[in-house]
Design a protein around this ligand. Structure first.
Ligand code: ADE
Length: 247
């Protein structure tokens, strides 16, 4: 997958050399480039912002540098299959919620282009113009406001990269983890069997795979009901068995 990131703070992305994302970059699974938006300014102050039309607090990012950045990184027009151009992702508290389902959708793209807004946001015309020639999705991490899109891109990219083929050593862990089946994952334990007087649940040491699977499913249901009742409400009834209902 090819990924381009445009930001006025390219230094934010130094951690992308580390750990499994760094490895995915080193082996070519992830071809990532970070670009400084100010490359596409032409005044001595390398200005990227201005006051908002209509008044109000803060500053808005001017359209010109963004327009040039997107022209440079996504040249051309929308092709019939839509595949020669990247999908533009703009982190914003006004975006659609970022979910594991959206992470899967993005992991299937061949080229993602992230535009990191700062201040109050980017002039709307940048997004409207980009949308005439490539898919554009504004994405929110949650119902809170960050200083800018940089940290959101780190989060989105980490969730997406671990879904790329070959990135996780054990692809089975993708199937077990929280959100994989619309439920939170059951608690995890490792050795020693007793630590500070606390025992690992007996069932997990029983070797009885049927009982273990049932215990994990029950714990996942109870945990999800307690912490995320919204997720229980969203479960498709046909995915529940009789024992689930008893839980
Ligand atoms: N930029 C500022 N706040 C944000 C949020 N909650 N999600 C994504 N991008 C943001």
């Amino acid at each position: 997958m090819r990924v381009d990131i445009v930001s006025i703070f390219p230094e934010y992305f130094a951690p992308l050399d580390l750990s499994l994302i760094g490895k995915a970059r080193a082996n070519g699974t992830l071809r990532l480039a970070v670009h400084d938006l100010r490359t596409w300014t032409h005044d001595v102050h390398r200005t990227v912002d201005d006051t908002p039309y209509g008044g109000g607090p803060g500053m808005v990012m001017r359209p010109e540098p963004w327009g040039e950045a997107l022209d440079a990184l996504a040249p051309g027009e929308l092709s019939p299959d839509g595949h020669t151009l990247p999908r533009l992702i703009v982190p914003s508290p006004a975006g659609v919620p970022f979910t594991q389902a959206l992470a899967h959708e993005l992991a299937a793209e061949s080229h993602l282009l992230f535009a990191c807004g700062r201040y109050e946001g980017i002039d709307q015309r940048v997004l409207d113009h980009a949308a005439t020639r490539m898919p554009v999705t504004e994405v929110s991490l949650g119902d809170y406001v960050l200083f800018g899109g940089e940290v959101a891109v780190l989060v989105i990219l980490e969730a997406v990269t671990r879904l790329l083929p070959g990135v996780l050593g054990n692809a089975g862990s993708l199937d077990e983890e929280s959100h994989a089946h619309g439920l939170l994952e059951a608690p995890l334990y490792t050795k020693p069997a007793t630590w500070r007087g606390l025992d690992v649940p007996e069932v997990l040491r029983s070797g009885d795979h049927g009982r273990i699977a049932r215990w994990r499913r029950d714990e996942a249901l109870l945990r999800t009901a307690g912490r995320r009742p919204d997720m229980i409400g969203a479960l498709a009834p046909e995915t529940l068995d009789k024992r689930d209902r008893a839980t």
